[in-house]
Write a protein that binds this ligand. Structure first.
Ligand code: ADE
Ligand code: ZN
Length: 334
């Protein structure tokens, strides 16, 4: 079997995927025209040409501008269905979708509009593709903890439909400790907890995410490699890292994929997964992340299988749902 077919055949969970980051320019322009929203670009081509990022913030500025095209429940449904179609083609059996309600409520879009559109897509993806999914509400860390509490208040009537909470947006200068009380409240509510840490921020932010927010997974976490004590802890505690290789190169965390530290993390015994983050902006969905990383770092099939296994094990699902995926995975050759 060719390597690309092997990668697609691996049953895998995608655990780090911002649904707003799957908005391809074609759909962005379609929605903007339908909704009478003005975009900062003249064409699809001009939009793609603008995706030349120097750091996280340079990406976030465009990502929030593009999200302005999303207004109605139907828009969120279409957005997520387009993602699920690609996920199915890539061999994704389970997806945990991040969504950023503050990006939408700040523009006057109701929390319920966002959630209902996404939830309907999750139900349709299960019926159409057999892909199960979860929704994880992300708080924007460049905003205040008070703003986060107001968002949690809006989410309260819908908590049965939200599996967990995360923390995203501009990392530097916004450490996890800024949100200690908010995440304590989310834990009391029984929500799963994750946070972006160690993408651009220092290893100390990863330690804060673990000790203060009490996260169950770290999103990115690649800068852990700078701290030997932290590396040993992540290996010992088997904390899953949702690594996004193409994102890291597009946002200049690593100069090239060949210089990415994913194999170093894997060799140190960390529970590494591969994900696409914002695939419409970073040049590839999850299978391309697996494949390009495999070529760049000389990963073996056994290593790719291990990464897919890690993703299934790190998913927020019952073992009854997980077991058949693992059985399918183990039946594949190395
Ligand atoms: N929001 C969307 N993608 C993100 C990323 N890679 N880091 C932080 N916030 C984000
Ligand atoms: Zn992310």
């Amino acid at each position: 079997m060719e390597l690309d077919n092997y990668v697609r055949a691996l049953p895998k969970a995608e655990l780090h995927l911002h649904i707003e980051g799957t908005l391809e320019p074609e759909l962005m322009f379609q929605l903007a025209a339908r909704n009478g929203v003005a975009l900062p670009w003249k064409s699809v081509e001009e939009t793609r040409a603008a995706y030349d990022f120097t750091d996280l913030q340079s990406f976030l500025d465009l990502y929030y501008a593009g999200a302005a095209a999303l207004i109605h429940e139907q828009d969120f449904h279409e957005l997520a269905m387009a993602y699920f179609a690609r996920a199915q083609a890539d061999g994704v059996v389970h997806a945990e979708l991040f969504f950023d309600p503050q990006t939408h409520t700040a523009r006057g879009v109701a929390f319920d509009t966002v959630l209902t559109g996404l939830e309907r897509a999750c139900a349709d993806a299960l019926g159409r593709y057999g892909i199960s999914s979860r929704l994880i509400l992300c708080f924007l860390r460049h905003l205040s903890e008070e703003d986060g509490f107001a968002t949690l208040q809006q989410a309260m009537p819908h908590l049965g439909r939200i599996h967990g909470v995360g923390l995203d947006s501009s990392e530097m200068g916004h450490p996890p400790s800024k949100f200690a009380r908010l995440f304590a409240r989310c834990r009391e509510l029984g929500l799963h907890i994750v946070a972006h840490a160690g993408e651009e921020g220092p290893p100390a932010y990863i330690v804060e995410a673990l000790d203060i927010l009490k996260v169950e997974r770290i999103d990115h976490g690649v800068r852990a490699a700078e701290d030997r004590v932290l590396m040993a802890r992540l290996a010992r505690e088997q904390v899953p890292l949702t690594v996004c290789p193409l994102s890291n190169v597009k946002l200049c965390v690593f100069p090239t994929l060949a210089q990415h530290n994913l194999k170093t993390l894997l060799d140190a015994g960390l529970k590494v997964t591969i994900n696409s983050d914002d695939p419409a902006y970073f040049g590839g969905y999850v299978a391309k992340n697996y494949l390009d990383t495999a070529w760049a770092l000389d990963l073996t099939r056994a290593e790719l299988k291990c990464i897919a296994r890690n993703s299934l094990q790190a998913a927020f699902v019952d073992d009854a749902l997980r077991a058949p995926w693992l059985a399918r995975l183990e039946a594949l050759p190395d």
